[in-house]
Design a protein around this ligand. Structure first.
Ligand code: AOS
Ligand code: ZN
Ligand code: ZN
Ligand code: ZN
Length: 424
């Protein structure tokens, strides 16, 4: 056992006094501190299976060792994260990188850590070794119906795998598009993609959702067939009530107002969920909250406002997933950082005085409105997040405990120094 309750108890004991003194101001004068803590306890963020190994870039990859070599070991890694922070209670799989050979056994293994399966992801952006036809010129948009058929069948197969594990959603991200002007008939590409998606949609179980993930560019650099929230919204609307838009924070053109996109999609009941990450330039897939924490807060501000307006359950009514991976950090440490950043943004958004904000807006008091938001953003909510972890049975400082227990060194000695996790 890399980490057991004894480790957690010792760690928490050592830090308890300091934690309690930091928490003290909250319990006295913040009316909704208790509610925020309870909401944080309920809030779970899914870990993507592909983030557990070193991501790399197209220029190279520098694996750190001890990476999961199988789906079983990926589940063990997410189980470890969840044991530490009690906020990573789900895993999102990518097929065919994570084909479960024995779904029952995989489900049991996940259940032993208290993990559920979030959205399953299909993959038609790469050619697999055993594949008949190539996706070089697209998948669901392809000019050749037999290629589209292969891609549709793959997506349906992904749904079946997800069903066996208890997933309730499929995320379809398409790299389809074109690299040069003239290459593609935009309208035909849209229609073909829509018709392909309709076939996949028809295969969805009743209680499933389909998330249509958009991306502005890469790997196609002239046009993307699902390139922005507008086109994703169009597909989702035409598909039907089970289809939603998925927002990956890194998939916008520079300086896009993501919080506004989120507000509108939520209002229109078409926001399905998120791929959290952060970026400086494009789809950088950096740690959530590492570059633009204020943006993350503003997104959560819209989420809390919009979800409350519709009476939605914050914890369960949207898909909360991370999509990040890189070359230079320990992937598990990085994921602990991302989860904490998301929790912090969420807690800060819960602090916003909404009645006062609406009042300021009605009075065109721009300064007051800004002050109200920045006051929440500049509040150190880390004691609340730590308290939520403590109550849920996690560690007061997950990252410190991870290092204290020398988890990576132990993983390397168990799995080897030259492991390569499946995925990108
Ligand atoms: C690609 O840019 C997208 O973010 C997808 O979500 C993709 O499936 C994932 O990043 C794994 O490569
Ligand atoms: Zn994504
Ligand atoms: Zn991406
Ligand atoms: Zn990304």
């Amino acid at each position: 056992m890399l980490l057991d309750s004894l480790h957690l108890d010792q760690h928490n004991q050592q830090r308890l006094e300091r934690h309690q003194s930091r928490l003290a101001p909250w319990t006295g004068d913040v009316a909704n501190a208790e509610i925020i803590i309870e909401k944080l306890v309920a809030f779970q963020i899914a870990i993507p299976s592909w983030a557990l190994g070193t991501g790399g870039t197209r220029f190279g990859r520098f694996p750190g060792g001890g990476e999961p070599r199988s789906l079983e070991e990926k589940i063990d890694d997410v189980g470890l994260l969840h044991t530490l922070n009690r906020a990573s209670g789900a895993i999102s799989l990518h097929i065919p990188w994570d084909i479960p050979t024995d779904a029952k056994a995989i489900q049991q293994r996940a259940a032993s850590y208290g993990l559920a399966f979030d959205a399953v992801n299909s993959n038609t952006f790469q050619d697999q070794a055993d594949q008949n036809l190539s996706y070089k010129f697209g998948s669901l948009q392809h000019v050749d119906a037999t290629v589209r058929r292969q891609a549709i069948d793959h997506n349906i197969d992904v749904i079946r795998h997800g069903e066996a594990l208890g997933s309730k959603a499929i995320t379809v991200w398409l790299s389809d598009g074109s690299c040069f002007p003239g290459q593609l008939n935009f309208r035909q590409a849209f229609q073909r993609t829509l018709e392909s998606l309709q076939e996949i949609y028809a295969a969805l179980p009743n209680d499933w959702k389909m998330f249509v993930e958009y991306k502005a560019f890469e790997p196609n650099f002239y046009s993307m067939t699902v390139g922005d929230w507008g086109s994703s919204y169009l597909y989702a609307s035409k598909l039907g009530p089970k289809a939603y838009t998925l927002v990956d924070l890194g998939h916008h053109l520079p300086n896009a107002n993501i919080e506004q996109i989120v507000a509108i999609l939520l209002m229109e009941e078409k926001l399905g969920g998120f791929h959290f990450n952060d970026s400086k330039y494009g789809d950088d897939d950096l740690t959530a909250g590492s570059i633009k924490p204020y943006q993350l807060f503003l997104i959560f501000n819209e989420l809390v406002d919009g979800m409350d307006a519709r009476g939605m359950n914050h914890a369960t009514d949207l898909g909360w997933m991370i999509d990040a991976s890189h070359n230079v950090k320990d992937p598990l440490e990085d994921l602990l950082q991302s989860v904490e950043a998301i929790q912090i943004a969420y807690a800060q958004a819960l602090l916003v005085d909404r009645a006062a904000l609406e009042e300021a807006r009605e009075e065109n008091d721009v300064v007051k409105a800004q002050e109200l938001l920045q006051d929440a953003f500049r509040t150190d909510v880390r004691p609340l997040v730590a308290e939520a972890r403590l109550r849920a049975g996690g560690a007061l400082d997950p990252l410190a405990l991870f290092r204290q227990l020398d988890v990576r060194r132990k993983l390397i000695s168990q799995r080897g120094a030259k492991t390569v996790a499946t995925g990108l």
